[in-house]
Write a protein that binds this ligand. Structure first.
Ligand code: KIV
Ligand code: NA
Length: 265
């Protein structure tokens, strides 16, 4: 199987073939989803929530993102691997931003970095790109800015914010970003952006008229029982499956049904 490249994603958009993307944070799960045929694996800073149990993505560090990136990279043979730049590692100034991106690329050997924001981080984006590091942009709901907005609600519902998002998307493309994630915005706005841009636009809660879809793996596998936003389709119910498996194991241990003679040496 040929390794997926940023150029290949562009070809997929041109061909009208939708791009599939999921998050992964560890070696074992990355190996499973890679062999299953996912196109892009995102080592998301959602690891802060999913792996570390924080209520926001803000606390995760550059070192922790690099650790997750290294673990994922050891397993992946085919998918393009994108690593999120964590909060605080690129907003300060372009020099710090390029240093953070270089550390991610050097220490994880990932294919691409992703960071949140448009015009406000454009200088950092340009510096990282001129270092030869591909960037996936991220607009719409930007979880690293939760303290500015106060909610995880749908973004760009009014025309002012929608126009700002379109302008930011164009600025990211013009700067040289290889693709763009749009999170939790109206489907019609996402459609307009995907049609306007030549780079692939990957949506989460952004409707069907984009070039690909991304979900947080643990959410789509139904591990997080209480999390059921409208945009989330659950492809498994691992919360129930794991609960049943663990209950059966506990029972078998207590009753000495496990291990059997065949399972003993
Ligand atoms: O961190 C993450 O999982 C993400 C996706 C939701 C796009 O950024
Ligand atoms: Na993220």
């Amino acid at each position: 199987k040929r390794k997926v490249t940023t150029h290949r994603l562009l070809e997929m958009k041109q061909r009208g073939e939708k791009i599939s993307m999921l998050t992964a944070y560890d070696f074992s799960m990355a190996g499973v989803i890679d062999q299953a045929g996912i196109d892009v694996i995102l080592v998301g800073d959602s690891a802060s929530n999913v792996m570390a149990g924080n209520t926001t993505t803000l606390p995760i560090t550059l070192e922790q993102m690099i650790y997750h990136g290294q673990s994922v990279m050891k397993a992946v043979k085919r998918a393009l691997v994108v690593v999120d730049m964590p909060f605080g590692s690129y907003q300060g100034n372009p020099v710090e931003a390029v240093a953070s991106a270089v550390r991610i690329m050097k220490e994880t050997q990932a294919d691409c970095v992703k960071l949140e924001g448009g015009t406000e981080v454009l200088e950092s984006i340009k510096r990282i790109l001129s270092a030869g590091i591909p960037i996936m942009g991220h607009l719409g709901l930007m979880p690293q800015s939760i303290n500015k907005y106060g909610t995880y609600g749908v973004r760009a519902k009014d025309t002012d914010e929608a126009q700002r998002l379109i302008d930011d998307a164009c600025a990211l493309q013009d700067a040289g970003c290889c693709s763009l994630v749009l999170e939790k915005i109206p489907a019609e706005l996402a459609k307009e952006v995907a049609e306007k841009l030549t780079i692939p636009v990957i949506g989460i809660g952004a409707g069907p008229y984009v070039d690909g879809q991304v979900l947080v793996m643990h959410d789509m596998l139904g591990i997080n029982k209480g999390f059921s936003p409208r945009f989330l389709r659950k492809y498994a119910n691992l919360f129930e499956d794991i609960t049943r498996a663990v209950q059966a194991y506990v029972q078998d241990v207590k009753s000495v049904d496990f291990p059997s003679k065949d399972e003993s040496y």
